[in-house]
Design a binder for this molecule. Structure first.
Ligand code: SF4
Length: 516
């Protein structure tokens, strides 16, 4: 049977689609230092492509090939009818290269994901078929059109889809052991309207929840794919308290029955600390780290970005409460608000020392295009159009007082200081000393073999691959943690696994050099 030329699938054979997750550039968020230390290849797999595979209509025969560029190289000569790429805005350059290279080979390219939706003008010329918005309805429609040779150049999903139309992702093309985390999404939508946030353009404000039964199936699938940590990738894990509580009960039941229980992590806002019962349930389910988007300790700063209602004057007590239950808060803070000043940096440092929070991200406020913040500052001539930097290193906002250079220097100095080995050790030990609650369901469980291997790799990393002060700090923390309570060793190993990245990041030449 003769094969059709690329882009011209023959009617009597399946479509051949090459799914590509583009290579992720280095950043604070890709955890490269940790990946190198524990010997896994990438942070997490692309949930969007795996969901698209599940969305294939049964009457359209498709043979999928899959490449995550963070795991293996693209096969440029793979015979296929279509290349489908999904990525975030940080993948823009790589998506452009992939698209041009496959275009030059005469293979049509479909592009979707956050990049296509948020940067539509940039993405449109790169794609033969562009997917704007959620793809639960448009991908099956496209497959029908493509197999009938009548596919359109743009498929736009204007309204947000019914979340019940989103099936469990098909993970059969990936090996969970290649990744630090596997991802599960429980819901889409966040009712908050933070001025700087472009995520709500993707997910909307209405909270659309998957049935809890389906979430448990997805969690189970992620576990079967070979992972030990499951990250709930919702932009805000706790929107509906009742739903979260129901889900946590089911997760406890599921995890406690496993021979080798997994750990969970998620990202959410400060309301998760409103209720101690929820914190206890999270500990019982085996949540390890919780990313908390606090943004600022100052109410005036939060009011600038329409987040004043999430200011909590008793934040320090709330963070200590999380520590009581052994939940590691990864606090997300931002500097560079109009209401910030030089004292902001000392306030942040003192807060972290006082509460004993080891892990923190501090970004400089930016105004992504399409957000209310961008519109407001543009009307005041405070957006730098020439900005082409990286969010963690720079900002497109012209400060109301002081210079950008001064702001960025203060930011970089604080961030470097917080991840200095001695500072980090003091905060980590302080956090560990506050833990009082140890869920009983897992005490008799043994660790999986891969988990033990990762711990051995971490010890080898700190023994042979780091400067002497960091090595001393590692063994000092282990010894002191054992003296506090031997049950905390697993937690401190988790923290030190992350520290491999933070230390590497803040000491890299690319971070330390003065860019402005
Ligand atoms: S809480 Fe998070 S996801 Fe929700 S609008 Fe604010 S920044 Fe965006």
């Amino acid at each position: 049977m003769p094969l059709s030329s690329p882009g011209q699938p023959a009617p009597c054979r399946p479509l051949r689609i090459y799914m590509i997750a583009p290579r992720t550039p280095g950043s604070f968020w890709n955890m490269q230092g940790t990946l190198d230390a524990v010997g896994v290849k990438s942070l997490m797999p692309c949930i969007a492509l795996s969901t698209l595979i599940s969305l294939t209509p049964p009457d359209i025969p498709v043979v999928y090939h899959y490449c995550d560029e963070n795991i293996s190289a693209v096969d440029w000569d793979l015979p296929c009818d279509l290349v489908a790429i999904s990525g975030f805005t940080l993948h823009a350059d790589r998506i452009a290269r992939l698209s041009r290279a496959f275009g030059a080979r005469g293979i049509p390219v479909a592009i979707g994901g956050a990049f296509a939706t948020l940067d539509t003008d940039l993405a449109r010329p790169l794609a033969d078929h562009l997917f704007v918005g959620e793809a639960e309805y448009t991908w099956p429609a496209f497959l029908k059109d493509f197999s009938a040779h009548r596919a359109r150049p743009v498929y736009t999903q204007k309204s947000f889809v019914d979340i019940n139309a989103s099936p469990p992702p098909n993970w059969s093309f990936i090996n969970g052991r290649d990744y630090l985390y596997m991802t599960v999404q429980t819901a889409r939508g966040c009712p908050n309207r933070c001025d700087f946030c472009d995520a709500v353009r993707l997910i909307g404000n209405r909270h659309r929840r998957k049935p809890v039964d389906q979430v448990i199936i997805e969690v189970d699938n992620a576990y079967k794919a070979g992972c030990e940590v499951i990250f709930f990738s919702d932009d805000n894990f706790m929107v509906s308290r009742r739903y979260t509580e129901t889900l946590l009960h089911r997760l406890i039941e599921w995890n406690a029955a496993l021979p080798h229980p997994v750990q969970f992590s998620c990202q959410t806002d400060v309301r998760i600390t409103d209720d101690e019962k929820l914190l206890r349930l999270m500990a019982d389910a085996r949540f390890a780290a919780v990313f908390l988007g606090i943004e600022s300790l100052r109410r005036a700063c939060l009011e600038e970005i329409n987040k004043g209602h999430l200011h909590r004057p008793d934040l320090a007590d709330r963070i200590r409460r999380m520590a009581h239950y052994g939940l590691l808060p990864f606090i997300g803070l931002i500097v560079g608000f109009d209401a910030d000043d030089d004292d902001t940096f000392d306030e942040i440092e003192n807060f972290l020392i006082d509460t004993g929070v080891p892990t923190v991200s501090i970004s400089v406020l930016n105004a992504p295009e399409g957000t209310p913040l961008h519109q407001r500052l543009l009307s005041r001539n405070r957006i730098d159009d020439q900005f082409a930097g990286v969010w963690h290193f720079s900002t497109n906002i012209v400060p109301v007082k002081g210079s950008r250079r001064h702001l960025l220097q203060k930011h970089r100095r604080l961030f470097s200081r917080l991840y200095d080995p001695r500072h980090f050790e003091a905060r980590t030990l302080h956090w560990l000393q506050q833990i009082r609650y140890f869920p009983s369901a897992y005490t008799q469980k043994r660790k999986a073999g891969t988990n033990i291997l990762k711990i051995a790799r971490i010890i080898r990393h700190y023994t042979f691959c780091v400067p002497a002060p960091v090595r001393r700090q590692f063994f000092s923390i282990l010894r002191k943690t054992w003296q506090i309570d031997p049950r905390l060793i697993r937690k401190v190993i988790t923290i030190m696994t992350q520290y491999c990245h933070y230390y590497t990041f803040v000491t890299a030449d690319s971070y330390q050099e003065d860019r402005h």
